[in-house]
Every structure is written in structure tokens, then in C-alpha cells.
Design a protein around this ligand. Sequence first.
Ligand SMILES: [Fe+2]
Length: 296
Amino acid sequence: MPASESLCPAEATPMRIRPLSAPLGAEIDGVNLSQPLPLSAFAEIERAWRERLVLVIRDQRLSDPELIAFSRNWGELDPPGPNPYGAPFLPEHPEVNVISNVVEDGKPIGNLGAGEAVWHADMTYIDRPPKAAILHALEIPPSGGNTYFADMFAAYDALGADMKSRIQGRIAIHDASLNSAGQLRRGYEPVTDVRQTRGARHPLVRTDAVTGRKALFLGRRTNSYILDMELAESEALLDALWAHAGNMRFAMSHEWRRGDVLIWNNLSVLHRRDPFDPTARRVMHRTQIKGEEAVR
Ligand SMILES: [Fe+2]
């Protein structure tokens, strides 16, 4: 998409949307997300999200109610998945998840710690996974913890014709037992046979309901299994697809600054995170938006 500029009446400053010099992603400036957005400005933001899949908006300072109010522009909020501790991190705002390594009074204030998070999409283990995720950086470490996003439309387009026909119509199980840091969720047992994995079943090829474009839809590798396939064949095919999907030629990286808001198209990208110094503080608040039924 070309860079665009429009006047945002509530701010009386121009909002600018500029594609990043990466296969996906756009940066927006001239917008204050703590204020109600004019419909026309939100429509432009949503269009950029649909086209560029990841939006970066710097220098925001949103309270939780402001983050929730902005998030509601996108649709109905989807509550966070169960965390390993069995209770919301923010009881006053249970729709807001906390991504953090910080431990206070012996209790983690958020999810995922400081380790690497491998390529995944969020909560694809439910039947209607969230369509968008919004992550606001409140505290970030001096280095490390970069997040990477990979475009699954581009990954699908780049597959050979043979591979496209091999995966067309195939359904995979998306594991519900582990979070993206590999921690076992409360109420789950470790998976010993991936053919018995608990979690939603989705087509490997997902068609976007609005654009009709096809994307690879992989969710997460661990404990995945392609239905009606020999186990070894499923493992080999999944390994090949994951090696392809995580290629950096489909990806962008994001180096976080305090105040960043990132919004991504959860059903059309994978994301992963570098580890960071566990003694540094990283605190992010996060919402997600309920997805629509996928076209199959
Ligand atoms: Fe995630």
C-alpha cells in the first residue's frame, strides 16, 4: 500500500500510515489512541491492518480502560486463555492479559517469563481464535525481547503447486495444553500421543472471509497432527511447512520501545519472541478481539 495521510479531527494533526520496509507491517503516527477515534480514522487503520497485517503505533500511554476502549473499535473482546496460575492477572480488568517476567511478592504479575517464545498464532486451539491482538508496552528491557511476525499469505503463495495440493482440505489439531512459552496450562496433562492432542481442529489452508486470499494456518508446531495421516507422514509434512513458514523472507522484526502499541492480524501471521535478560523488567498489557467464523 502507498503511504497515506488524513486529518484526524479529534487531534487536528495528520495521521500518517507508512508501510515498513519489510514484507509486512505499517507504522502509524499522528494518532492518540487514548482518545476516541473518528470513524474515518479507524476505517483507515483497519484497512492498513488488513493489508499490512501488523501495525506499529509508537509513543502511546494507555491506561487499561483506554486500552479496552480502543480495542473495542475492533469488535468484541476475547478474554485471555487460561494462565498457569488459574486467575486473571488484573482482576479489575479480566479482559486484559499481562505479558511479563516480573515477579512481585513471590507471584508472577504476568505470563510467558523471559524466555524465547517460538513461532505461533494466539489461541488457535479454540474453534474461533481471536482475529486481532493488541499489545501495549509499558516497561521494556534495554535490549532483547524483539518480536517477529511472518506473513502467512506470502508463505502460502510461495509454496509449490504440489505442496498446495497436498495440504488443500487437510485438517490439523492445534494443541491447547501448552502456552507459547511451553508451560503446561492448568487442567491439562502432557501430550504423549499427538493423535490424541486436545484442541481445536482447523484447515491447514485458511481463506480470508473478506479478501478471499489463502493463508497457511499452522497455529503452533508442538503436539500438532494432521488428521487421517500416518503419524510419520504428518510429522514430516508439519516439519516442512513450519520450516517454510518461519523463513525470514516472509517476516519483519520489531524492536520494542516503551509506549508502543502493536496490532496484528492473528489469523494471518505467526509471531515469535526473542529471550531477554530475566533480571530486567518487561511489562506489556494485551487485549484480543474475537474472530469470525473462518471460510473453509
Ligand atoms: Fe503470542
